[in-house]
Design a protein around this ligand. Structure first.
Ligand code: NOJ
Length: 987
């Protein structure tokens, strides 16, 4: 026992106190369990390819061992075919790799490279594996839906240099692919300038098949010295055999029956300093370098969909979804690549700076972004986009993988979730409380506890006694219910769903070919294999109203855990040697898995009842390129911490430019209890998430918006009302995303692609094309924010019209009750100002138009509306108006944004009729010219109105702003129809 002697007492106490203080400083933070997830070094193929890259960099005479055999080159109908030969150092044997370069009508080029021997199935598998022998080549079947029309105009250049094949393609033949034969490489040029380079650094590495040879032990002993030297060389060249075969991690062994089969390539963007994309990572928008150094990551960005528990901030670690689409941006140009591969993938990013050459005039300093893509298996399949604008990129990527589904209007309103609302009475009570506090919401959610013992498609008979009644109460105020259905099916007795899954043989198989069993929420479970068309058909049947009893037309679905999450699996997912339909290993298709599942659910909801043609709503956690066609996503299990609120903005912005913009983060933070301030600020930020849902872990305290009390509840309510007021803006932005691929919330670089200073700005966002610029508060105790303005237009505070002008940073006051939101001059913003309980109840509400004048006193804007529910919009049943304020003539007009002409259908007629009474009830002009100060009326003209109403005068009020506040004018109730053509003359 510790004896304290007389005078030593106080000193010991001081030491103890210091110790206690230090302990407080280092309270173990809630953090990800790194040991559960591989680093590149622990992932054989990643390690080998990084070694390969290091060897190439270290060798001045490095020569990539890949050449095009010129005798094999053919070019026909926009497609080039050739054989690439890989020369092996040992024995000079050559491996044949069929190459295809396809030039698409859209100006995009596609490059595929495969391995002849595996294609023919001429390999032997180890461990009696039942897997397919080819490299996986079906990712396109799931990800691509269009844009594959081959270009008629692509042509071989007649002036090809020896050793090169050149193809002109793209509009006006502006694009050129320069294929170098030895070593093999491609440069993609636009207007004669190289934008993207393949294999410039010689890192192309297609690990060809080879049998495992057991080396006799004596041989090794005899030439020990020599062997070591040899081994060293092999290691340097990335041929380190130690990771070729069976690989173990965290107690699980991957049998790797096909041996090493990685595919890797370096892709350089010369002159580009910024690259964006490749979600999902908790990182900033502009991707960092990954090979060490100041502020850099030391690991590559990883894409291997996984249930990463308590994920960390500012990390290239993998998360739940994967979109292997990267964009490089510089002033005047945006280009990109889409790496169509569904296997585990790592991407190194290096920014190679070259300084200006003082001796060579005109040689400026510049940065090349060098990337290195490494996938575990599958064929090489890469699309190259040459822009030149960010809008071209999102459109062309969308043409290939599909645009965002048009959601039902409720889906873009507010969703209230927690794990869990515990009974049907609880749900009804929450519903009533929202009404009591006059807080709008549209959807309430049920997490896994609603089921009977985690058996999906059942209700707990003790707690959800009358789901039908619950659903009907919600429907009274046009509200919806979302229930969770996960892909793991409880492996238990007396559960027809598992019985059928087994009997029909629709589950994923293990490497022996038996139905795979693992562990998830229900305990022992099996996983539906949605790669199997028969499994999809069966899945669809389970959602029919008479099968999933208690569900109603206002019930929708949440698909969680679909990476898939397997609690006892390697890296909390499935073993890579599991087998899917078609004989593909899980390794080949892993990143697609989540999408196949939510696609199946989407189809199921679309077909619940014959003739019920409503747009489904499905939320997914795991995703891949193409997920945008059938689901919304959220960023998974974040923490109730300020840093997670902050990270949500770049993550959601990144989703937007990566083609999957219907994205959100758990408002309030999933784990932990947010302070009232954090919760409030999170709602004020969450109103800018395209998918807006509050959610919380089962161990957290209740935190519905009415819980925190004054002044927080009022402030949160105001935020929610702002979301509801701007729903027309959000819906119009969704329409744009649905038809052009444009993001719903947009980063600075996307809106101002010429503004170099703003390329990395990722903490503020523009909503659609409206010029609304939001800068959420993400710092504790903050009372102001610095908003970055890229241009010289006037920007106005949304609430009080304070004017900010001049490119650069402006401080906007933001006490807790204030949401920093500016309006860029030059836009017309449609809103609905009447507070209602749900968005459905706003369907026939009148509109307010806020006309925000630019420097030339002009403005324009759009409004898209449809029934918000059915697919009738596909038959033209919508209103799409274009508003314009002509600054010279001072006339505001409403015209059709798209010609009705051929699209004038019976459905459109019926829709217009249903909307005929919906009018504009207010027009506000922000930045109104001083010359209007004595004006008291405007002239309104409406087409199609009764003669008496066709031309009328309506009162106008002019308000002189005080201080920095802009002048503004208001026309109350011009009574013009929202679906009609009209003019308001302010001159
Ligand atoms: C994990 C999800 O990320 C979380 O949102 C959900 O509440 C739990 N699973 C329980 O279903």
């Amino acid at each position: 026992m510790l004896q304290l002697r007389g005078d030593s007492g106080p000193r010991w106490i001081a030491v103890l106190l210091l110790w206690a203080a230090l302990c407080c400083l280092f309270v173990p933070a809630v953090t990800v369990k790194h040991e559960n997830f591989k680093t590149c070094d622990q992932s054989g193929f990643c390690k080998r390819n990084r070694q390969f890259a290091d060897a190439a960099a270290a060798t001045s005479s490095w020569a990539s061992p890949y050449t095009v055999d010129p005798a094999t080159i053919t070019f026909k109908d926009g497609e080039l075919h050739a054989t690439v030969l890989k020369t092996l150092q040992i024995g000079q044997e050559k491996v044949e790799l069929p190459l295809t370069v396809t030039f698409l009508d859209s100006g995009v080029a596609r490059v595929t490279l495969d391995e002849a021997r595996r294609l023919k199935g001429d390999i032997t598998l180890r461990h009696d594996s039942k897997a397919r022998k080819e490299r996986y080549n079906e990712a396109g079947k799931w990800a691509l839906v269009g844009g594959l029309k081959v270009a008629d105009g692509a042509a071989l250049s007649e002036t090809a240099d020896e050793g090169y094949t050149k193809v002109f393609y793209g509009e006006g033949s502006k694009h050129q692919a320069v294929i170098r034969h030895a070593p093999f490489g491609i440069e993609f040029q636009r207007d004669g300038e190289t934008q993207v380079k393949f294999n410039e650094r010689g890192l192309l590495n297609l690990e060809h098949w080879r049998p495992k040879t057991e080396k006799p032990a004596e041989e090794k002993r005899e030439g020990e010295e020599e062997t070591k030297e040899e081994e060293k060389k092999e290691e340097i060249a990335g041929e380190d055999e130690s990771t070729w075969w069976d690989e173990s991690f965290g107690g699980a062994t991957d049998s790797k029956p096909r041996g090493p089969e990685a595919i890797a390539l370096d892709i350089t963007f010369p002159g580009y300093d910024h690259v964006f994309g490749i979600p999902e990572h908790a990182t900033g928008l502009s991707l960092k370098t990954t090979r060490g150094g100041d502020g850099a990551y030391s690991e590559p960005y990883r894409l291997y969909n996984a249930d990463v528990f308590e994920y960390e901030m500012d990390s290239p670690m993998t998360l739940y979804g994967a979109i292997p689409f990267m964009q490089a941006h510089r002033k005047g140009s945006t280009v990109g690549v889409f790496w169509l591969n569904a296997a585990e993938t790592w991407i190194d990013v290096v920014k190679a700076k070259s300084s200006a050459n003082p001796l060579a005039l005109g040689v400026k300093s510049h940065t090349d972004t060098q990337t290195h893509w490494i996938s575990e298996s599958g064929q090489l399949d890469v699309f190259v986009f040459l822009g030149p604008t960010p809008q071209d990129l999102t459109r062309q990527y969308g043409e290939l993988t599909g645009y965002t589904a048009m959601p039902q209007s409720f889906a873009i309103a507010y969703h209230q979730c927690r794990w869990n609302y515990v009974t049907d009475e609880d749900v009804k009570d929450v519903d009533r409380k929202f009404d009591k506090h006059k807080i709008p919401y549209d959807v309430i959610w049920l997490d896994i506890e609603y089921t009977q013992e985690k058996k999906y498609f059942t209700w707990d008979p003790l707690t959800f006694v009358n789901p039908d009644k619950m659903g009907k109460q919600l429907d009274k105020s046009d509200r919806k219910l979302v229930v969770i259905i996960d892909p793991h099916i409880k492996n238990t007795d007396n559960y027809p769903v598992i019985d059928e899954l087994k009997k029909k043989d629709l589950a994923v198989k293990n490497k022996e070919g038996n139905q795979y069993e693992g562990w998830c929420w229900p305990g022992s479970s099996m996983w539906i294999d949605c790669f199997n068309p028969a499994a999809i058909s069966w899945w669809k049947g389970l959602f029919k109203y008479d099968s999933f009893k208690g569900t109603l037309p206002n019930t929708f679905i949440w698909n969680d855990m679909n990476e898939p999450s397997v609690f006892n699996g390697p890296e909390t997912t499935m073993p890579k040697d599991n087998i899917h339909f078609g004989g593909w290993e899980h390794r080949d298709v892993h990143n697609l898995n989540g999408m196949t599942f939510h696609n199946a659910t989407y189809q199921a909801i679309a077909e619940r009842k014959k003739g019920e043609l409503r747009r489904p709503f499905v939320l997914t956690r795991s995703f891949y390129s193409g997920s945008q066609r059938s689901a919304a996503m959220w960023t998974g299990d974040n923490l109730a911490e300020w840093s997670h609120l902050e990270a949500s903005l770049p993550m959601i912005l990144n989703q937007g430019i990566s083609g999957f913009p219907f994205a959100g983060a758990d408002v309030g933070g999933f784990f932990g209890n947010p302070s009232k301030e954090l919760l409030t600020r999170w709602y004020q930020a969450g109103i800018y998430y395209p998918f807006f849902r509050g959610h919380a872990h089962i161990d957290t305290r209740r935190r519905e918006p009415y819980i925190p009390g004054a002044p927080y509840t009022e402030i949160i309510t105001q935020a929610l009302r702002l979301r509801y007021q701007l729903l027309p803006v959000w819906y119009t932005a969704f329409r744009e995303a649905h038809t052009t691929g444009a993001p719903i919330v947009r980063p600075n670089f996307y809106v101002h692609p010429e503004d170099e200073r703003g390329f990395a700005v990722d903490d503020q966002l523009y909503i659609g094309s409206t010029g609304l610029l939001a800068k959420p508060v993400t710092k504790e105790g903050a009372t102001s924010v610095d908003v970055y303005l890229a241009d010289d237009q006037p920007y106005y505070d949304y609430f009080d019209y304070t004017r900010y002008q001049g490119a650069g940073t402006h401080t906007v006051s933001a006490p807790l009750e204030k949401i920093p939101l500016l309006m860029q001059g030059g836009h017309i913003i449609p809103r609905r100002d009447r507070p209602r309980r749900s968005s459905g109840l706003m369907k026939f509400d009148p509109f307010t138009l806020v006309v925000v004048l630019d420097k030339e006193n002009a403005a324009k804007g759009e409004l898209y509306l449809d029934d918000g529910e059915t697919f009738d919009y596909e038959a033209g049943a919508y209103i799409h108006r274009r508003f314009a304020f002509d600054g010279k003539r001072s006339i505001l007009t409403s015209t059709n944004a798209v010609p009705l002409g051929a699209k004038f259908t019976a459905k459109l007629e019926a829709y217009l009729k249903s909307m005929s009474k919906v009018r504009v009830e207010k027009v506000i002009i922000v930045g109104a010219p001083k010359a209007w100060k004595d004006k008291t009326e405007v002239v309104v003209m409406e087409e199609g109105a009764k003669e008496s109403a066709r031309r009328k005068t309506v009162a106008m009020e002019f308000h002189a702003g005080s201080g920095k506040q802009a002048d503004w004018a208001i026309v109350r109730d011009p009574k013009v129809g929202i679906g009609r053509g009209w003019k308001i003359d302010f001159s």
